[in-house]
Design a protein around this ligand. Structure first.
Ligand SMILES: Nc1ncnc2c1ncn2[C@@H]1O[C@H](COP(=O)(O)OP(=O)(O)OP(=O)(O)O)[C@@H](O)[C@H]1O
Ligand SMILES: [Zn+2]
Ligand SMILES: [Zn+2]
Length: 724
């Protein structure tokens, strides 16, 4: 008899154990397909992870139940991706079913009934010559035309060209035959992209290119560390060209949806239709079709954000992770996987290389390159002999002394004016969206907070309302203080929206664009903003960190950072590293084709992260930061994980974590800290406590975390989440 091993999707029964079921007569089942099986007294969905061809009844303790139904005609996951799911479970202390669901694209996950439909289109598949006589002039012309086309030809197109009645006559006479054929929704129109011409490499690029070629021979993982504007993209694009020429495929990951328009332009502009694009803004239908294009082997290169690492390619020759240091590569929720680890695993499976590319590599990656775990490939100069941008650090305390109370320092204003006069472009970074950060009463100090979260509300001018950035809550702006009824209730602090307005007041004729979460909530809005700025239809681009990295606008000669300290003041051991990366990256947007300047406004001008960023000194920063990490025992000197407990009552969340703390505190291999409230202790009326774990022995700790997960996932009041 034939049996299958199934991982069942039962929330209250999360184990990594598979269950055996009997395959019935006539059922076609393969590993990687989904099935319906009986579980308890219910019918549940599950994944087939194994098949036993000639199992014996005696092998099983109980009589096996049958597979009710097979849900897929083809496997939705390859063997490789199933193995990857197992690895993901180990790395994140999570459950197999969650890992499988993470890897499977959302489009395939939706239930049977609303499953994404295959899109079809009426196509002319045959043309029969001689049926139509020349005297039926129009019809004859249509047939002549079709005889000169490659079939199948779109019937809709034909109707547009020759009118619907003509096509109808042709069909009635039997001069043409049409058929409904499947079409794949495309996510870009390759004909609108100009060719992205291959550039002869500069000497420095060539050295890097050759080093990478050698590294690829032995399937090594590499760090491509090149200063901003050094042309890293060209180097790895030419590597990909070689990979594709050898018949293999490549994955290129970008950190932000904001960067996909530029990447798609470059890749489609060079490789045309061989490129698939996967990111979070695709519709289910689009994602479904991209996934199937890849599965059918019609795609050579997949470009996308984080989850594109799970693209079902079968013969990968290279994986590139661009802006390797970006925090978006780490998934926040469980399974809290690290895309870089997933990439290394897949590369290992395919015996190919991963290239981690960045101007500001994460400390972990750089440290690995230092001890030769990754091959180090450096490019230390910009394209075309351009200088790195000059960076000026402005001490905002001095502006205050000089009675300048505006958001802009005098130097920045002068520089903006100068660039506007010269018709050069400007990028301004302000890492906070909205209009005003909070509303406060001048008399009693009351700050308007979200009723559901422990966070102040942000005023948005477009809606003229206060918004919570953590839940959906909105409320009107109060006219008097809700606490003391004083009318002196005022907006304080600033965001991108307020900044844009102040800027417009200073420079009434400037064309200003804003890119942040509020202006990019619609599909295609990134592309629209990107195109407008690229086509020189705007002078100033204002935005949050989403504009800080990777973008390549040749006409930008000035970058301003309005509040450099925001990142630095964040209570996280990576705060300095993040600030250094952000400042280096955003400064790097300036002067990519001609000399440029960056102006950084700060209240902490002497902070080492700011100083090293101003000098473009990665090495210097690395050494300083490593000293501090060593002193305080932080990564890369150890691993850290965090445990979060969330519940409707603060006490319950705390009690659970405290119990765990008690369990762990005697483990000599793990250093655990007492539970503390999360940075924002209450979101949507749910309280979160967290505790930090530090350890060297990853295997041991992961095993213990996995046990924790097994023990507490059924807890009906507190949800526990583990981030490794
Ligand atoms: N060999 C070359 N000759 C001429 N121009 C080049 C060459 N290589 C790259 N460029 C151009 O140089 C510019 C910068 O390249 P690119 O955007 O790849 O930089 P990068 O190293 O990725 O920088 P960042 O880390 O800031 O994103 C681009 O406009 C690119 O087209
Ligand atoms: Zn008040
Ligand atoms: Zn809220």
């Amino acid at each position: 008899m034939r049996t299958v091993e199934v991982i069942v999707d039962v929330p209250a029964h999360q184990t990594n154990q598979t269950y055996d079921y009997l395959i019935q007569e006539g059922q076609r089942v393969e590993v990687g397909m989904r099935v319906h099986v009986p579980f308890g007294n219910r019918n549940v969905e599950g994944f087939v992870l194994g098949i036993k061809e000639d199992a014996q009844e005696a092998d099983f303790k109980f009589a096996l139940k049958p597979v009710y139904a097979v849900l897929d005609e083809e496997p939705v996951l390859t063997h490789e991706l199933i193995e990857l799911a197992k690895y993901m479970c180990e790395q994140t202390a999570s459950f197999m079913i969650n890992a499988l669901q993470t890897i499977l694209p959302a489009a395939l996950k939706v239930g049977r009934k609303q499953a994404v439909k295959v899109k079809t289109q009426e196509m002319v598949v045959r043309v029969i010559d001689g049926v139509v006589q020349p005297k039926a002039k129009k019809q004859f012309e249509a047939v002549e035309f079709l005889l000169g086309q490659r079939l199948p030809y779109s019937a809709t197109e034909l109707r547009k060209q020759f009118s619907a009645p003509i096509v109808q006559s042709l069909l009635q006479k039997g001069a043409i035959v049409t058929e409904e054929q499947e079409v794949l929704r495309s996510v870009y129109n390759s004909s609108v992209y100009e060719e992205y011409v291959k550039q002869p490499l500069t000497a420095a690029q060539q050295v890097a290119f050759d080093a990478i070629s050698a590294g690829r021979e032995s399937g090594q993982a590499m760090l491509l560390h090149g200063v901003t504007g050094s042309g890293k993209t060209e180097v790895y694009m030419q590597q990909i060209e070689a990979v594709v020429a050898s018949g293999k495929q490549a994955i290129v990951l970008v950190p932000e949806i904001a960067l996909t328009p530029q990447m798609v332009q470059r890749f489609v502009g060079r490789f045309g239709e061989a490129v698939a694009v996967l990111h979070s803004r695709l519709s289910n239908g689009e994602r479904f079709d991209q996934w199937r294009l890849i599965e059918r082997g019609e795609v050579k290169i997949v470009v996308g954000t984080r989850s594109a690492i799970f693209a079902p390619l079968t013969d990968i020759g290279l994986i590139v992770i661009d802006e390797e240091h970006d925090s978006s590569y780490k998934q926040e929720n469980m399974p809290a996987y690290d895309t870089r680890e997933m990439a290394l695993w897949r590369a290992d499976f395919h015996h190919c290389s991963v290239i981690f590319s960045s101007a500001t590599p994460s400390l972990e990656t750089y440290a690995r390159a230092q001890v030769d775990r990754y091959l180090y490939v450096g490019i230390h100069e910009r394209i075309a002999g351009l200088m790195m941008p000059e960076v000026k650090v402005i001490d905002m305390r001095e502006e205050l002394h000089a009675k300048n109370l505006s958001m802009f320092s005098r130097d920045l204003l002068a520089a903006i004016r100068d660039r506007l006069d010269k018709k050069e472009q400007i990028i301004l970074l302000f890492n906070r969206r909205g209009y005003a950060t909070f509303v406060k009463c001048r008399e009693c100090g009351y700050v308007v907070e979200c009723p559901n979260c422990d966070i102040s509300l942000t005023y948005h001018k477009t809606s003229n309302k206060l918004h919570c950035h953590y839940c959906e809550h909105q409320e009107p702006l109060p006219q008097t203080c809700p606490n003391c009824t004083s009318p002196y209730i005022k907006l304080f602090g600033q965001g991108t929206q307020r900044l844009t307005e102040a800027l417009q007041q200073e420079f009434p004729d400037a064309r200003i664009l804003r890119m942040d979460r509020d202006t990019t909530s619609q599909k295609g809005s990134h592309q629209a903003i990107f195109d407008t700025f690229s086509n020189l239809e705007a002078d100033i681009l204002v935005g949050t960190q989403m504009i800080a990295k990777g973008l390549d606008f040749p006409n930008v000669t000035l970058v301003g950072v309005l509040a450099a300290d925001q990142t630095l003041n964040f209570p996280d051991f990576r705060a300095s590293e993040r600030a250094f990366q952000l400042l280096t990256q955003v400064s790097g947007r300036a002067g990519r084709q001609r000399a440029g300047t960056a102006i950084i406004q700060t209240y902490m001008p002497d902070h080492y992260a700011i100083q090293f960023a101003a000098k473009h000194d990665y090495q210097g920063f690395y050494q300083e930061e490593m000293k501090i990490r060593k002193q305080h025992y932080y990564p890369p000197y150890c691993h850290v994980s965090s445990l979060k407990a969330t519940a409707a009552s603060a006490k319950e969340a705390y009690d659970l974590l405290f119990a765990i703390y008690q369990e762990f505190k005697d483990d000599e291999a793990i250093q655990i800290y007492k539970p503390v409230p999360a940075l924002i202790a209450r979101v949507n009326n749910q309280y979160t406590y967290q505790c930090l774990l530090k350890y060297k022995d990853k295997k041991h700790t992961l095993a213990r975390l996995y046990d924790l997960q097994q023990k507490y996932y059924k807890h009906n009041k507190v949800s526990l989440s583990i981030s490794v």
